[in-house]
Design a binder for this molecule. Structure first.
Ligand code: UD2
Ligand code: MN
Length: 398
């Protein structure tokens, strides 16, 4: 019979052999599997968010900040600047994404020293080939925004893009309208700079592979082709939700996005249909690189499922030229140039118009329309765009 002591000896020997085999496998290029194994035993926040990870880690679901630490703050003089290479040497492939508690915007800011006021960036050592604006519709998702910024800034820097991040924040408590906020984002971003590509980006989607380049294609691009919530597959062929990329020309050709989808759902399909009605196609990255993780959440307050969405979708062919960028009415409340993004707070009104009282909700019977639907008094006071088109600019930083 084996004694108690020798049983321990065998156990240690077995563990020792396991470690040696793992080390060998790691050297043989099986790092991905080994890293996965190690991660099971590791607290997710400690090392992922501690920073430096220089070499191969970026290739095996590694730290999104790897490869960036050597970038210097001193921009090269304009005369000596060459175009960045066609493929950025900083691209590393799969990125490890997790959502540990305790992350702060101040930490994100410290990790991105080259990002300047308003969330803008250009490569310090070469002239970017592409200028991309990221448009993010937003309300009450600060927690998600923090994570998105943590990942998106280094992700775009690794692609050597010149970029700016715009958060389009819907003012008031009236039903959310994602697509109309995108129209606002398009116009306000283009007013500021001559962007050659716009990425329309949900706040809760984190890209998992930096080969998914944030540049535009010849046709409108649906970038979020493979999401964890759909098992990393495209849910249906015409799907256009999550993250999409259009040039200003694409956007205007399809008259932008619809303004009249209030609440959850339908607007993404309407946009997909607009693409083809305007004579364009949907382009997509490969399933391997167009991967995203969605931060889990419930349906938000103020974004109930839109019961009219199927009826509206059936009419896109008749409505797309009548409703869109050419009819987007809104009032800018404020524009804040924060360290990590430009925050544009906007009043977009209701179904009934910008200042009209909306129809009473059916369930409320005889009850009169709620004034909450209109712009809150303080919001209007604070600086709706003046008739001269001037907008309150607020350079305060959070
Ligand atoms: C899906 C689509 C999304 C959109 C939506 C239907 C995915 C990953 N995305 O998202 O593109 O078509 O269905 O409308 O399948 N938001 C706020 N505050 C709110 C509500 C929404 O900031 O109170 C923003 C935020 O950027 C969010 C986006 O709108 O990511 C989409 O809303 P969602 O995340 O609630 O909807 P979801 O995940 O079903
Ligand atoms: Mn979501």
């Amino acid at each position: 019979m084996v004694s108690f002591q020798s049983r321990w000896r065998y156990l240690f020997m077995f563990l020792g052999i396991q470690l040696v085999v793992m080390a060998l496998l790691s050297r043989e290029g099986y790092q991905k599997r080994v890293t996965y194994f190690i991660r099971i035993f590791r607290k997710p926040d400690a090392s992922v968010f501690s920073g430096r990870n220089h070499s191969a880690a970026g290739i095996s679901g590694g730290d999104v900040y790897a490869n960036l630490s050597h970038l210097s703050k001193n921009h090269i003089h304009a005369d000596e600047m060459h175009y960045c290479p066609k493929t950025s040497p900083l691209i590393g492939g799969p990125i490890h994404v997790s959502f540990p508690s305790g992350l702060t915007l101040a930490q994100v800011q410290r990790k991105n020293p080259l990002v300047v006021r308003g969330g803008h960036y250009r490569p310090p050592d070469c002239e970017a080939r592409h200028r991309t604006a990221i448009i993010i519709p937003h309300r009450h998702r600060e927690h998600h925004l923090k994570f998105l910024l943590y990942y998106l800034h280094p992700f775009l820097q690794r692609q050597q893009l010149s970029y700016g991040i715009y958060i389009i924040h819907q003012a008031g408590n009236y039903t959310f309208n994602r697509a109309k906020l995108m129209n606002v984002g398009f116009r306000e971003a283009m007013r500021e700079e001559d962007w050659d590509c716009l990425f329309f980006h949900d706040v809760d989607l984190i890209p998992e592979d930096d080969r998914n380049t944030y540049v535009c294609d010849a046709n409108p691009k649906h970038a979020a082709i493979a999401m964890d919530k759909f098992g990393y597959k495209l849910p249906y062929k015409m799907y256009f939700g999550g993250v999409s990329a259009l040039t200003p020309l694409h956007y205007l050709k399809m008259n932008g996005f619809p303004n009249n989808y209030w609440g959850w759902g339908g607007e993404d399909d309407d946009i997909g249909v607009r693409v083809s009605l305007a004579g364009m196609y949907i382009s997509r990255p490969s399933l391997k690189v167009g991967r995203y993780k969605m931060i889990k959440h419930k349906l938000d307050k103020g974004n109930d499922v839109n019961p009219k969405r199927f009826n509206m979708l059936a009419k896109t062919r008749q409505t797309w030229k009548l409703d869109g960028m050419n009819t987007a009415e809104y009032e800018i409340i404020s524009r804040q140039y924060l360290p990590l993004y430009t925050n544009i707070t906007v009043f977009i009104g209701t179904e009934a118009g910008l200042h009209a009282t909306p129809p009473p909700p059916k369930a409320a019977g005889k009850a009169e329309a709620k004034p909450a639907a209109a712009a809150p008094a303080n919001v209007q006071e604070k600086g709706a765009a003046k008739p001269d088109g001037k907008v309150k600019e607020d350079a305060s930083e959070k």
